[in-house]
Design a protein around this ligand. Structure first.
Ligand code: NAD
Length: 502
């Protein structure tokens, strides 16, 4: 067992230096699969640290914005190569601090690799527009301009992928960054920043400040020098971030909660659907914004589906994500586990039928972690809280329906709009559902999870505020348009208009 006295102390990264917080305080980062395992001590930062980071980023912006985009991109390309070299080490660090199984943390680092390579490619594209001018001796075009200092605030469930989705496009567009990761996963954030700095990102261009949401996040959203805020996290905190950023008119990009639906029609390949629901519902211990926490099933196949789904969930191997045999890791923290247990009770009190799971696992090798059984409620009414509210844990609600129209209405009946999916062999139903589900992402014959970095990612309603990450859409968050008119007539403006009007 590591004690506080022997643990490694990790620092903030400000203006090219690893520095301690001016508070003199640190916080602990422990393994959610075994809380005896102390991963390290991280800086408990204050507004003073954040302002130092913002000042460094503002200074660095004046030179970074002038580095040609293809050169900025070369640094990103080198960072992606370093991530490839360090993938296994960083995945293991991530499983230790976040809990999800190794195959998933390898996927998380891979997302960061893919995004960093992809944005390196954008350095040689970053297309603007050239359009004809109204006048014969004039050129007209628009180019992308960076905004300045970017505040990047991220959650713990994708500790490297989500930061990379924001930081790589911010940098290639010419912005500088102040980055605050979730306090549950600061090591993966630090690993990502290390890859960037080892690749040659100049001092002050990327700054890392760890600490509490309100302490660190508030100055990142209120300081007038910050021009863009990109946040991923809960809808509750997203609203706070949005309001705090509004008085100084920052551009705000929000990716928030989800309550995603898989719809299973009576002609679906049930084996495929059960497999999709298993990994969509219990992958990452249900702690994905895209988790399939609702499954709406046509009454004709309802019984067969429920029997097969419950049987598969019963056999899922829960344990430490570092072990090869583990299929589902712990909840990320005690509060997260308490939320799961609270919703199990809420579901039972509402009259949903518990078909499997429903209990904390705390015996033997699981005694020191935040483990919970994969849990399925069946015969759920779509109005119940377990069917409407984000739980962010291994709890799936199965809801019967009589038709595609009813399934779509149930799918749309929640406040969120991130991801949805349909299992059917009927192309007409698939297209109708794709058109009518009001979500940012839609899948056919696949679960609600799994994104590719060159497509836009994000949600509607209370999941997002109209922006998207990934793809070219991410450049829209981290750049703004400048329109340019080049007059080569050499004539006075007034005279030129008169001539053109003849
Ligand atoms: P959270 O909202 O609690 O925290 C997110 C980040 O905001 C953390 O870094 C936190 O420290 C910070 N924060 C907290 N208070 C703040 C404040 N007052 N000002 C500024 N920053 C503050 O979310 P979480 O528990 O880390 O992550 C889980 C949530 O994230 C879920 O709701 C999940 O759906 C959502 N999520 C969404 C997406 C998406 O793309 N839509 C992706 C992943 C996770």
């Amino acid at each position: 067992m590591t004690t506080t006295a022997t643990a490694t102390t990790y620092k903030n990264f400000i203006d090219g230096e690893w520095v301690a917080s001016r508070s003199g305080r640190t916080f602990e980062n422990r393994n959610p699969a075994n809380t005896d395992d102390l991963i390290g001590l991280f800086q408990h930062s204050t507004a003073e640290d954040v302002h130092a980071a913002i000042e460094a980023a503002a200074r660095a912006y004046e030179t970074w914005r002038l580095v040609p985009a293809p050169k900025r991109a070369e640094i990103l390309f080198r960072a992606a190569q370093l991530l490839v070299d360090r993938k296994e080490e960083y995945a293991r660090d991530m499983t230790r601090e976040m809990g999800k199984i190794l195959n998933e943390t390898r996927g998380d680092v891979q997302e960061a690799i893919d995004m960093t390579f992809y944005m390196a490619g954008e350095g040689r594209r970053m297309f603007g527009q050239t359009v004809p001018s109204e006048l014969r001796s004039k050129f007209a075009m628009s180019i992308r301009q960076p905004l300045g200092v970017s505040s990047i605030i991220t959650p713990w469930n994708f500790p490297m992928a989500i930061p990379s989705w924001k930081i790589a496009p911010a940098l290639v567009c010419g912005n500088t960054v102040v980055f605050k990761p979730a306090s549950q996963t600061p090591l993966s954030a630090l690993n990502f920043v290390k890859a960037l700095t080892d690749a040659g990102v100049p001092k002050g261009v990327v700054n890392l400040v760890t600490g509490d949401g309100p302490d660190v996040g508030t100055p990142m959203t209120t300081d007038p020098a910050v021009r863009v805020v990109s946040f991923t996290g809960s809808t509750t905190v997203g609203r706070i971030v949005n309001e705090a950023s509004a008085p100084s008119f920052k551009k705000v990009h929000l990716e928030m909660g989800g309550k995603n639906v898989i719809m299973i029609m009576d002609d679906a390949n049930l084996e495929l659907a059960v497999d999709g629901c298993l990994w969509g519902g219990f992958g990452t211990t249900g702690q994905r914004c895209t988790a399939a926490s609702r499954v709406v099933v046509h009454e004709k196949v309802y019984r067969a589906f429920v029997d097969a789904f419950v049987a598969r969930a019963r056999t899922l191997k829960v344990g430490d994500g570092l072990l090869d045999e583990t299929e589902m890791g712990p909840s990320n923290s005690d509060p997260q586990l308490q939320t799961v247990m609270k919703y199990v009770k809420v579901g039972q009190d509402e009259g949903a039928r518990l078909a499997v799971g429903g209990h904390r696992l705390d015996r033997g090798s699981l005694a020191k972690g935040y483990f919970h059984e994969p849990t399925i409620f069946v015969d759920v009414d779509p109005k119940m809280r377990v069917a409407r509210e984000e739980i962010f844990g291994p709890v799936v609600s199965v809801i019967p329906c009589r038709s595609l129209d009813e399934a779509v209405a149930i799918g749309n009946s929640v406040e969120y709009g991130l991801s949805a999916s349909i299992y059917t062999q009927d192309i007409n139903r698939a297209f109708a559902a794709m058109r009518d589900l009001y979500t940012g992402i839609f899948y056919v014959n696949a679960p609600t999870i799994g994104a590719e970095v060159h497509l836009p990612f994000g949600g509607t309603k209370n999941t997002g505020n109209g922006h998207r990450e990934a793809g070219v859409a991410a450049l829209d968050v981290f750049s703004e348009w400048k329109s340019i008119y080049i007059d080569f007539s050499g004539k006075l403006q007034r005279a030129q208009i008169d001539v053109e009007q003849i």
